[in-house]
Design a protein around this ligand. Structure first.
Ligand code: SAM
Length: 302
């Protein structure tokens, strides 16, 4: 059984917040198979298979249909989310930015599948076991990065800028930063510190993309926890022992978009509800997690 989060905790891709990276990759694998016009992540399925969580492997390979195991909306969100960040990086590099930083890269394979312009350097940051696993597994699969990929194996609650600089990061050059599926897994003050640090390390013209989750209304979080517990309970009956409530940090925090705006970033964005509609995907029927209000935002340091 997963334990509650604490400062300095660690994980691999089958435990705690690490398992959420494998879930995200499983959703991308299903989405790639069912809707290749929106998402094409050929590495998602083999990466999930290599992690070895049986239920997620069966879902990723299509042997077990999503249905009861994982709602279609999670798959649809994987499509729009992947497309949003893919387009963010392609726009940024198309505009001449040659340095990209993927914070909490998990099993994201952008460094191996996007058509990065020649000369682009892509940094990936995540916990050491996560970085090591993905690097080794993709090498074993014969995959080669499509940019100059450099890794920083580090906890994002620690002094990650030192590790990033040691890997060659140059703060004098404009950077495209992404923090995808990360902020809710950081304590509130670590989120603020991360956004402060991104800003400090950003030369003018840098870009950022992340998610803005609205602060909960009274009673919202209880509903969220109940819903996540129902999913975890069901998965436990399928021999996948995870606790999605314990992986996350709850409670009030500074919302990311206004916080970044206060630091000098000019942002635009769309909610999940809007992106589902814009991509001709069905609306969320039962949104007790208020996922539809989550906003994908991106912008430039002015
Ligand atoms: N961005 C990837 C994606 O969208 O597929 C992974 C998202 S997954 C939901 C969360 C990721 O955040 C995991 O890979 C986890 O290891 C990473 N993460 C969370 N907290 C972290 C921390 N304090 N330091 C380093 N990585 C962290």
């Amino acid at each position: 059984m997963a334990s509650t989060r604490y400062d300095g905790d660690t994980w691999d891709l089958a435990s705690s917040v690490g398992a959420t990276a494998t879930m995200a990759a499983a959703a991308r694998a299903i989405a790639t198979r069912t809707d290749p016009s929106l998402i094409d992540d050929p590495f998602a399925e083999p990466l999930v298979r290599a992690v070895g969580i049986d239920l997620l492997t069966r879902l990723a390979s299509g042997e077990t249909p999503p249905g009861e195991e994982v709602g279609q909306v999670w798959i649809d969100i994987a499509k729009i989310r992947t497309k949003f960040y893919d387009e963010f990086f392609l726009d940024a590099t198309g505009a001449g930015i040659t340095q990209a930083v993927i914070l909490a890269s998990g099993l994201d394979s952008r460094a191996y599948r996007l058509p990065w312009p020649t000369g682009t350097v892509v940094y990936e940051l995540d916990q050491p076991q996560v970085i090591e696993f993905k690097t080794r597994t993709l090498a074993e699969l014969g995959a080669a990065p499509t940019a100059e990929r450099r890794v920083a194996a580090v906890d994002l609650r620690d002094d990650w800028p030192a590790v990033l600089r040691a890997a060659g990061f140059d703060p004098a050059r404009p950077t495209a930063w992404s923090a995808e599926g990360l902020l809710g897994y950081l304590p509130p003050e670590a989120q603020d510190r991360l956004l402060d640090t991104i800003t400090e390390l950003s030369a003018p013209g840098s870009r950022v993309a992340t998610e803005n989750r609205p602060n909960p209304r009274p009673g919202d979080e209880e509903k969220t926890k109940q819903r996540l517990n129902r999913i975890s309970d069901h998965w436990r009956t399928q021999n996948f022992d995870t606790d999605m409530v314990k992986a996350r940090y709850f409670g009030e925090r500074n919302e990311a978009a206004p916080y970044l705006t206060g630091l000098g970033w000019t942002l635009t964005g769309s909610t999940i509800r809007e992106l589902l509609a814009a991509n001709n995907l069905p609306p969320m029927a039962d949104d007790d997690l208020r996922m539809g209000d989550m906003r994908y935002v991106s912008g430039t340091l002015t």
